[in-house]
Ligand binder design. Structure first.
Ligand SMILES: Nc1nc2c(ncn2[C@@H]2O[C@H](COP(=O)(O)OP(=O)(O)O)[C@@H](O)[C@H]2O)c(=O)[nH]1
Ligand SMILES: [Mg+2]
Length: 478
């Protein structure tokens, strides 16, 4: 186990405030205030149009009134909702102020809350309180971040399944098997001297229960999560090829808009350009790059230094790609630079597209050499728009391996969770080995480790360090 550094989670007794909606103009913006003094702050910030009823604001109802700045001046017409603990998102007293979505209004409202003794919420701190208050387990809290960050339907579906507790529900039987085994082994340790042979045999049979109830279901969940990881995490697809083959033209054609400059001059693109796109149900970052290979020729552009920088950036993008879209020019004879690109991308996941199919073919596919024999090559024309649908389809298939998109309710574990589940599985396996050896003390240790690793996923007993790591991925106001 890695050494635990001491992490201080933020104090849940502070009353915190933050905008819950993104910065920038919008119909509505929401300021959230949570903590023991939330109602007091809410009442100071908000003047109801009609006087409060005798008991003060009625919880869980919208109230119309004015939002006030730190000096008590009206900033905006607003709605306020007062939530009473524990029936709120954070499980604490909580107030939501719904005002008009102007950055100036929201800024003043926030300043007003801070002036009244609130602390600015840290990223994810509202959800952290929901977790600490027992409203969400750790997997659900992670799913909140996942749902907010979801870029396509598949990602949103996977996040929602975990938000409704799908992961923890699936792991509950695993936890139960581990707990039962741990209890039986503890008893065996206490009575080690007087264990009847059938009791010893029963303990040995526990190994089979661990295999069937812990190792196998976890291995299956881990395998499936890894196989379908691309649907959770998305992918980076990088266009590469020598200058002027039409990379930027294809980039634009795939996006359906003129994002990158296109010209007949080599070296038009230097910075890498990146745009989001959904392919095969996968959230993709599509990256256009400067030309990769120059085939040992002198740079055709006088700005050789810029070309060199562009090439370096392209090299970095290619190195980080999940999938390469290698582009060739079908209307010009193959050059050493084309071959250089083919060699540089060999062995990487790639799809080769021969562009400019509208021109008379200037070379034969066989000229690409023998490694290409089993690799499908697609002829497209960025200029005419032909072959693009098939290209998008093939890119999607290459990313997913032909797998179907996530279905509603499908549960997958994320990278962090997979790592913890694998530790749990391995510890259960070692426990099984020690069971067969009759080393009860060691079995007990391994089962403890398995339960601790499982706790990092469902949050039952996660360390502050794990909790901190999960919540640091959030945005402020959630
Ligand atoms: N005929 C034809 N010309 C194309 C096609 N795609 C791109 N071009 C032209 O090829 C040149 C280089 O295109 P560009 O997209 O800038 O290439 P890049 O350097 O690889 O990004 C431009 O003059 C484009 O108009 C195509 O499908 N057919
Ligand atoms: Mg370009």
């Amino acid at each position: 186990m890695p050494p635990m550094t001491c992490v201080q989670l933020p104090d849940a007794r502070d009353t915190i405030a933050a905008p819950a909606t993104p910065a920038g103009p919008g119909g509505i913006a929401i300021l959230r205030v949570s903590g023991p003094r939330a109602w007091e702050v809410g009442r100071a910030l908000f003047q109801p149009r009609r006087p409060w009823p005798p008991g003060g604001p009625r919880p869980w109802r919208f109230h119309l009134g004015s939002l006030l700045d730190a000096d008590g001046q009206a900033i905006d017409e607003a709605l306020a909702v007062f939530f009473r603990a524990p029936r709120s998102y954070t499980t604490q007293d909580l107030v939501e102020l719904h005002c008009h979505g102007g950055p100036a209004v929201l800024r003043q409202a926030l300043d007003s809350a801070l002036a009244r003794g609130c602390r600015l919420a840290r990223p994810g701190e509202f959800t952290l309180r929901a977790f600490l208050g027992g409203r969400l387990d750790l997997g659900q809290a992670e799913a909140v971040a996942g749902l907010i960050a979801a870029r396509c339907q598949g990602e949103a579906r996977l996040a929602l399944a975990n938000l409704t507790g799908g992961l923890a529900r699936g792991l509950a039987p695993v936890r139960q098997v581990l707990l039962t085994a741990a209890a039986r082994v503890e008893a065996a340790i206490d009575f080690a001297e007087d264990l009847a042979p059938e009791e010893t045999a029963g303990l040995e049979a526990l190994a089979a229960e661990l295999a069937a109830g812990v190792q196998e279901p976890l291995a299956e969940l881990i395998r499936r999560s890894q196989r379908r990881r691309v649907f959770r995490e998305g992918a980076v697809v990088v266009l590469c090829g020598r200058p002027n083959v039409g990379k930027s033209s294809l980039f634009n054609a795939l996006l359906g808009r003129q994002r990158a400059l296109v010209s007949r001059l080599a070296g038009t693109t230097r910075d890498t350009l990146e745009e989001p796109l959904v392919l095969g149900g996968v959230a993709v970052r599509l990256v256009d790059t400067a030309g990769l290979g120059w085939g040992g020729e002198a740079c055709p552009s006088p700005a050789a230094e810029l070309d060199e920088l562009g090439r370096q950036a392209a090299g970095q993008a290619v190195a980080a790609a999940d999938l390469l879209l290698v582009v060739m020019d079908g209307g010009q004879p193959l050059t050493p630079a084309d071959r250089e690109v083919m060699v540089a991308s060999a062995g990487r996941p790639r799809l080769v597209a021969v562009n400019k199919a509208d021109l008379a073919p200037a070379w034969d596919l066989a000229e690409l050499g023998s490694p290409m024999e089993n690799e499908p090559v697609l002829r497209v024309s960025a200029a005419r728009g032909t072959g693009l649908e098939e290209l998008a389809q093939r890119l999607g298939d290459a990313l997913t391996g032909g797998q179907a998109e996530p279905q509603p309710g499908e549960v997958l574990a994320g990278t962090r969770q997979v790592e913890a589940l694998e530790r749990c599985r391995a510890a259960a396996e070692r426990a099984g080995e020690q069971l067969r050896a009759g080393a009860w003390e060691l079995v007990s240790l391994e089962l403890g480790e398995a339960l601790a690793a499982l706790g990092e996923v469902d949050g039952l007993g996660a360390s502050d360090q794990v909790i901190e790591a999960v919540f640091s991925q959030f945005c402020v106001g959630k």
